[in-house]
Ligand binder design. Sequence first.
Ligand SMILES: Cc1ncc(COP(=O)(O)O)c(C=O)c1O
Length: 419
Amino acid sequence: MGDYFRALFFRASVINSSLYFKDSLLMKKNTIDFDIIYNRQGTGSLKYDKYKGRDIIPMWVADMDFQAPEAVRNALRKRIDHGIFGYSVATDEINAVVSKRLRSFYGWHIEKDWIVWLPGLVEALNIISRLVRADEQIITFVPAYPPFIDGPRYADRKLITAPLLFDNGRYTFDLEKFEKAITPKTKLFILCNPHNPVGRVYDADELRAVADICLKNNILVCSDEIHCELILSDKKHIPFATLSKRTEDNSITLLSPAKTFNLAGLNCGFAVIPNAEIRKRFVRVKVGIAPPSVNALGFVACQAAYSDCEEWKKSLLEYLKENKRIVYDFVNNKLSPLSMIDVEATYLAWIDVRKLNVPDPVKFFEQAGVGLSDGREFRVDGFVRLNFGCPRKILLEALERMKQAVMQKKTDNQFPITK
Ligand SMILES: Cc1ncc(COP(=O)(O)O)c(C=O)c1O
């Protein structure tokens, strides 16, 4: 455990063995305290184990340092007490909960048969990559969530990319380059909405424009909408499939409670596939590569998250909005020459480090005690991604460490910072 965490946990355990800060003891009944710092060391956490034994605050992979909602934990306890963990199937209740959610949130009426349950959405990306023939192509925009790139690679399918366009302080689809990149062999487009890593919630006009190009060129669209409930602006998420009957029929939508309710380790997500023929092909490929059933606890957690956790989600979004504001102000005002754009959704900040002029920005910040994701994994140079889904004290400490490193570099001027 690093020095900073050791100090935090020592203090916390002196106050209370359940590891929360004094301020947190003021927590009133029914309020949720996202300031509580939990010790994730020794829990087999991918995020923390990467830096085991090193004083590096992990701000990389996309899970949060918050406990899942109480209703989820209670549902899991009840299921665990039942004690039998045989193979699981989706119940009518969970399918009804999903259908109701999509109807009430987005006015999207789906049929229960359209839902294909999965042990995770990375799995879905591997499956959809195999829906195109070996000589056909898949297209996506970059920067792209790394499994958008790896899925086609593992399936030995050719991936072509088009860049997002940075226009007027925000990213949008570069439709000209997208259309130019498409060939008669391009058969699948992987869309990320809201977008990881740039945090955009795409507008109806943007989605319609890209949908039209795909329809015109006979390209199936897989829309990964895992971040759709983490909206940190006043925008509304529009499921790609709801643009029109034609887009619905030409779409696979990927959804999961994992990001919003911090359940990634429970491995439960689903695809909504309205077109029976596409669904049949998807299921056939799935049978060959994915485990046949979803984690029994994942189902339980998903159902509880989608049924009883709206208050929790509301509090989470308030907390994340403030974290976002802190990161945005800090990066743009105190970390010059670094900069970042507004994050409309997700808990991920996409930070431009090009002007810092260091050969390996992730290593640079690791040496300062902060573990970030490397933009190159998203196919873009000169950016890092910072996960701000954590208690504010940890966030502020990480930002302070980054500031010290940037200031030190300015002082040393080992590599001249580009203006
Ligand atoms: C866009 C996107 N899709 C999928 C995933 C991963 O989904 P899962 O954990 O269900 O495999 C992530 C995780 O960060 C993501 O950002």
